[in-house]
Design a protein around this ligand. Structure first.
Ligand code: NBP
Length: 473
């Protein structure tokens, strides 16, 4: 008698269908269910000869699975996940595992974990990155949840994940919502990377380079330290011509950026935990401002600035922008790691940051050569406070910082917005400034609110107040 399918998947939209095909191609039998049954029937019919069991009802779907049952939910994040879980609960038995592979907010994952654990069920919030293609050919997978689920899920996850240097891009991230949390940070970092690339593009464009020139620059950068999926697709996007007009496609695309919210989730989490992620913040805000097109069009006619042109030697600019992009990227990752470390301590997740960087090397959107360097830095010094202080990154930053300044200065001089480059540089300069201007800030706080201050000539922890002069308005 058949033991049943190795795993079941609920939600046959883009991600679900591609994940099922990936799982099945690795030798696993998969049961599938979709709320709209016609989708299930069409999907199964389109893939004859594969070990797929299409189900129209959840009881049949659950009955078709081998024990302990493994059920992966790939439906729209939010209320749909709760709706599916509610329907599953009466059908499941102790130790069955529900895996939410969607882009759920990690606090929702923690709530669901607290809901399901007392019922004897095991819940895994698994971040899956790589979009449609990743789901089909090998995503990066970031599963959280109880450690007992890892042994059960490992064979399937490792078989379907992307591989780099023979290593699967998946690991048990940590308990509770840790998996979805790390996926959220991945997406925040992705926002930063994308914005930095767009700022580089705007500077090259201001120097008079056309899309073909720029495609060549990004292709060349993709051969070096900046090698990454996002640089690679940028080169290809810039080179793409519109079939109808023959013009570069990017020149025809409206400059209003969309977003689905994971960048804002990262911002909120950083704010709640008092961690600076200024590069990611700049990236999210740049998308928001871009979406206010009508207001920008109005302002472009009323607020003055210099012509947004850079009359500079192009080869020099390309080299400087390269260094500015690399340095800013290091800052962005340093900030993302700082946030993960803070949350790991707070939640006692014991996140292994070096290994997380390592599983991001393949399958996901931020995959890049330089992640190896982060892994090496974290392994060399597990107590490393800030990634920028690791010897390798120190050397890159020290080498590139003058070019970075020149890029930001030229952009400011020409009125070209570079919010992520400049926010990253300000973070770099703030971090390396031994005495900031916060002494004056403390004086102001003590002046209007008697908030007291510490003195440089007294031991730390002693608090002082000055009787400031009265202000007469
Ligand atoms: P969508 O996010 O578009 O969701 C569509 C699926 O959800 C369909 O199967 C739909 O069933 C099902 N669904 C909905 Br909507 N409400 C439901 C409910 N109340 N009960 C049961 N099923 C319900 O699919 P997707 O783009 O494949 O993404 C799936 C997840 O993966 C999301 O969390 C997404 O954020 C995440 N993700 C997506 C990508 C990507 O590139 N698309 C990348 C990484 C992660 P129906 O057919 O009956 O309407």
């Amino acid at each position: 008698m058949s033991q049943g399918s190795d795993i079941g998947l609920i939600g046959l939209a883009v991600m679900g269908q591609n994940l099922v095909l990936n799982i099945e191609s690795r030798g696993f039998a998969v049961s599938v269910y979709n709320r709209t049954s016609a989708t299930t029937d069409e999907f199964v019919a389109r893939h004859p000869g594969k070990r797929l069991t299409g189900c129209h009802a959840l009881p049949d779907f659950v009955a078709s699975l081998a024990r302990p049952r493994k059920l992966m939910i790939m439906v729209k994040a939010g209320a749909a996940v709760d709706a599916v879980i509610e329907q599953l609960i009466p059908l499941l038995e102790a130790d069955d595992i529900i895996i939410d592979g969607g882009n759920s907010l990690y606090t929702d994952t923690e709530r669901r974990d607290a809901w399901l654990t007392p019922l004897g069920l095991r819940f895994v919030g698994a971040g899956v990155s790589g979009g449609e293609e990743g789901a089909r050919k090998g995503p990066a997978i970031m599963p959280g949840g109880p450690a007992s689920t890892w042994g059960v899920m490992q064979p399937i996850f490792e078989a379907i994940a992307a591989r780099v240097d023979g290593q699967p891009c998946v690991m048990h991230i940590g308990p509770g919502g840790a998996g979805h949390y790390v996926k959220m940070i991945h997406n925040g970092i992705e926002y930063g990377d994308m914005q930095l690339i767009c700022e580089a593009y705007s500077l090259l464009q201001a120097a008079g380079m056309d899309t073909d020139d720029m495609a060549a620059v990004f292709e060349q950068w993709n051969e070096g330290e900046l090698q990454s999926y996002l640089i690679q697709i940028t080169a290809k996007a810039l080179a793409q011509r519109d079939a109808e007009t023959g013009q570069p496609v990017v020149d025809l695309i409206l400059d209003k950026a969309g977003q689905k919210g994971t960048g804002q989730w990262t911002q909120l989490n950083a704010a709640e935990n008092a961690v600076v992620i200024s590069t990611i913040n700049a990236a999210v805000e740049a998308r928001v401002l871009s979406s206010q097109k009508a207001q920008r069009v109005l302002a472009s006619r009323q607020l003055q600035g210099p012509p947004a042109r850079l009359a500079v030697d192009r080869a020099t600019l390309v080299a400087q922008v390269h260094d500015a992009l690399y340095a800013s990227k290091i800052v962005s990752y340093a900030q993302g790691l700082d946030l993960m470390r803070t949350m790991s301590d707070k939640k006692q997740w014991a996140l292994d940051l070096g290994s997380i960087a390592s599983i991001w090397r393949g399958g996901c959107i931020i995959r890049a050569r330089f992640l190896n360097r982060i892994t090496e830095a974290c392994q060399a010094d597990p107590t490393l406070g800030n990634l920028m202080l690791a010897p390798f990154f120190q050397q890159v930053l020290n080498r590139g910082q003058m070019a970075w300044r020149q890029v930001v200065a030229q952009a400011v001089g020409a009125g070209i917005p570079v919010p992520a480059f400049s926010a990253s540089l300000a973070y770099y300069d703030s971090l390396r400034t031994e005495r900031l201007s916060a002494n004056l800030l403390q004086a102001q706080r003590d002046f209007f609110g008697a908030h007291t201050y510490e003195r440089i000539d007294r031991p730390a922890g002693q608090w002082f107040h000055t009787d400031w002069p009265e202000v007469i308005d």
